[in-house]
Design a protein around this ligand. Structure first.
Ligand code: PTJ
Length: 245
């Protein structure tokens, strides 16, 4: 039981969620290490959504609204931290949820499917009983792609990746949106829109932004997207990190 008065209360709650998810077989063991790395970056970020992250969220929302087939990729950490929000994101955007794992086992796929269904998902792609395709150029199990999901997507959200896939997806002409607290990661550098912020803060803001932009004309959404420069935004994100006392 974490006392609410603890100065690191919010952060410890997330840690507790992560540990529970590991014990339930949802999270890969290295998912805990990935979370710790994220915590360190978040600490330096002041645990707040920066202005560059807000701009990236807006561009991401515009891309999702303009998309014909938006797909949201779910791994262990995403399922552990924001399952309900991922389901809500699908509901408001007409997008699809697809399980895609680096450390893929049938047990973990089942455990994550269960979490998503419990959170309200009607359909989950990327399961083992589906005849999955494989993306060329990716050696890891992350190459799996559902024919109507990641394989066909024009816009794909890939939170907390380890970089092997974002580059390939981007090269195939898809708009790749990532959420990664590390602006220097290969994923952040290779994606079309990199949101440098904690996934637990991003999802509610992305949902809010989509709801706000829903009634905008296509030309206005396209303008938001065209005006977004990912490399410039990543540089601005780097400036936000507090490296002095
Ligand atoms: O569930 P699986 O099998 O697909 O495995 C997923 C992990 C996360 C283990 C795998 O993708 C991995 O090893 O990722 P990396 O290389 O550790 O990269 C994860 C990135 O996410 C790092 O740059 C972290 O800083 C970042 N990160 C960690 N927690 C968060 C985060 N970014 C946003 N929000 C977080 N809460």
């Amino acid at each position: 039981m974490i006392p609410e008065s603890h100065p690191r209360y919010e952060s410890l709650l997330l840690r507790e969620k992560i540990v529970k998810a590991f014990k339930k077989g949802i999270l890969a063991d290295s998912g805990m290490i990935a979370h710790g790395r994220g915590e360190a970056f978040d600490y330096l970020l002041g645990e707040k959504t920066s202005n560059p992250a807000k701009s990236a969220i807006k561009a991401g929302a515009a891309a999702i609204l303009l998309s014909k087939n938006p797909v949201f990729s779910v791994n262990g950490n995403t399922a552990a931290l924001v399952a309900e929000e991922m389901v809500e994101l699908c509901r408001i955007s007409g997008g699809k949820l697809e399980i895609n794992l680096f450390h893929r086992t049938p047990q973990r796929v089942n455990a994550i499917e269960h979490v998503l269904k419990h959170a309200g998902a009607e359909k989950v792609l990327g399961l083992d009983d589906e005849k999955l395709k494989y993306l060329e150029g990716i050696e890891s199990p992350r190459a799996t792609a559902s024919a109507s999901g990641i394989y066909d997507a024009d816009v794909i959200l890939v939170p907390l990746e380890d970089g092997d896939r974002a580059e390939i997806l981007h090269k195939t002409g898809k708009i790749v949106i990532t959420i990664d607290l590390n602006p220097l990661s290969r994923t952040s550098q290779m994606s079309s829109i990199s949101i440098v912020d904690n996934i637990v803060r991003v999802l509610p803001l992305l949902i809010q932004e989509i709801n706000q932009l829903k009634r905008e004309k296509k030309e206005n959404l396209q303008q938001i997207l065209d005006n977004f420069d990912n490399q410039k935004n990543l540089k601005e994100s780097l400036h936000v990190f507090k490296l002095k006392k």
